[in-house]
Ligand binder design. Structure first.
Ligand code: SF4
Length: 104
């Protein structure tokens, strides 16, 4: 009985610890390096105004991570995780060629 009761106590605690660790890792994740091979392949730049217009003629300066559908933070967050780059954070004012206008 004691063992079962202890187990019931421990499980929710472990769950909260895992959740806290996950949240901390997302917030503390390193910022994406534009030289990262996947970032480079997608034309990622840390400043949307520095996009190569010849390479990406459809790009406009109002497109940036902060208003992209794949940005996982508040629109005002300086940086946040992106669905494409697991374990990294992208800058709000950055851009890559996978940019999709955030719905709503
Ligand atoms: Fe930024 Fe969107 Fe590209 Fe992710 S997919 S790096 S949020 S522009």
């Amino acid at each position: 009985m004691t063992t079962r009761r202890r187990f019931i106590t421990i499980v929710p605690l472990a769950g909260s610890a895992l959740l806290a660790a996950h949240t901390a890792s997302a917030q503390g994740a390193p910022t994406l390096d534009p030289k990262d091979p996947q970032a480079a392949a997608l034309g990622y730049v840390v400043d949307t105004t520095k996009v190569d217009k010849a390479k990406f003629p459809k790009h406009t300066n109002d497109q940036h991570c902060g208003n992209c559908q794949l940005y996982q933070g508040a629109a005002t967050a300086e940086k946040a995780p992106c669905t494409l780059f697991q374990g990294k954070q992208v800058l709000n004012k950055a851009w890559c060629s996978a940019w999709v206008k955030k719905a709503g």
